[in-house]
Write a protein that binds this ligand. Sequence first.
Ligand code: PRP
Ligand code: URA
Length: 209
Amino acid sequence: MKNVFIFEHPLIRHKITLLRDKRTNTKEFREIVSEIAMLMGYEVTRNLPLEEIEVETPVGKGKGYKISGKKLGIVPILRAGLGMVDGILQLLPIAKVGHIGLYRDPETLEPVEYYCKLPSDAAEREIVVLDPMLATGGSASAAINFLKARNITNIKLMCLIAARPGLEKIINDHPDVEIYCAAVDEKLNSHGYIVPGLGDAGDRLFGTK
Ligand code: PRP
Ligand code: URA
């Protein structure tokens, strides 16, 4: 699948298994989501452009580098995407953070928007949308539509577990968007939950069930 990058690093596979485990408690779940986001962020930012600069060490002058070109913005989809923010900010503390609030209507599984606040210069940034779960793909596709409607064109999607139907929807709706995920599961159940997945990511992050 062109534009889909699946992480096969042993640390990520190990940590995803801990997330899937129903015995993992809220505190552990939150910590592990953040750790995986940081590990993935390392790879997602691999192609950030660098400019050469001079650096003066205590011993002399030498060649150094600084990140240049388009700056990064991250946009978690509320609620569960919030769990991935800190991990990315540990790598890129000056990245700006926008928020899109969406929930899935439990009957129709269609996304419903309830909040949107983006950095004022978002259109000039490379934007990484964060959501741990890509199930039907409805929420992520709608979030990307909101961004595109605000003239944001440079968009990546980062999720932890992607179901194949969700991947297919994003590839179809947004062929320009690269998708980074830590695991791919084949199917959804009749309630739109990923099987085996990890359950409801928002509830497990915030202890609401
Ligand atoms: C979850 C998840 C995604 C969405 C994925 O959010 O965090 O946003 O479902 O499903 P989809 O691909 O079928 O759209 P949910 O609606 O449960 O809201 P929450 O994060 O506030 O719990
Ligand atoms: N949202 C979740 O949190 N989990 C799923 O399996 C599907 C949607």
